[in-house]
Design a protein around this ligand. Sequence first.
Ligand code: SF4
Ligand code: MG
Length: 337
Amino acid sequence: GRPILDVFGLTVDYLTERGPVRSVNEIDLTLHEREIVGVAGESGSGKSTLITALTRLQRPPAVTVGGSISYHPAAGDPVELTTLPDAALRRLRWNEIAIVLQSAMDCLNPVMRLGDQFADALAEHHRGISRKAVKQRIGELLEMVGVPANRARSYPHELSGGMRQRSLIALALACEPRIVVMDEPTTAVDVVMQRQILAQLLSLQDQLGFAVVFVTHDLSLLVQLADRIAIMYAGRIVEEASAAQIYTDPLHPYARGLRDAFPSLHAPLTELSGIAGSPPDLRNPPSGCPFHPRCPQRLEHCASQPPELLTIGDRRVSCHLHDGTDQSASQPSRSTV
Ligand code: SF4
Ligand code: MG
């Protein structure tokens, strides 16, 4: 498909008393029509910050300090999201780009019946829609995600965690968006429920044809769900490749560590079995390659020279093992990049 969202050099700082902390660092990422792009990384890697910056939902102290986000509508010229006036942004949100965040409880209004929340969203985006049409559409949307239509009368706290999360996905799809952005949408539910929800998401994506950006710490989940996967570390993409490549042949040592940790991947990645050490303190990032203090394949110059994110064939990787600077590599090497 053609590109639907183009991100260039996106950079987000957290403004702290001791100065800015770079949390998302010059991210380039392209999402194509009907594509599912996964973003994986430990907590603190910047993946959630990336998502909120993408959708302009970040709030101070997080501030986008650079880059561009170009949205390609079905017809007409691309729209620059970073500078779009608020009113135009509101029209785009839900209609074109919908968002499902980590906790349904944070997104649903606790004192409003589920159906009324849908009705609000539908009424705002389909001016003049009749009450009857709204009611019918709400029932359809809920049933689409496996929630009985009569649950529209329930308050969020009357629903199970799984139903709440499904309802949130239905709400996101209410205005037929072209892009759905999701941040750990299933972390609050158990593994069986998680699998059901994701299977449903895949079948809806297939039917409705929206593109997805899906952020999670759970790489094993992305391997099943995504077409392409970007691995984030210390605010940067360190590898981007097809899901199959990340699964069978990750190039970056961090991506390899995440992949090798698969059996325990349902635990938070702070307890990674495959990778020793902890994520870097972004207030005081390591010199050279940010992964070098933890890297089992570290080279001499890794501590002093930051690797660049280079395109190798149909993937991208940021590591001196793959940029032709590895003096110890027995030749022939991929030395011309
Ligand atoms: Fe490891 Fe060096 Fe590659 Fe960084 S650049 S991941 S330290 S080998
Ligand atoms: Mg997060």
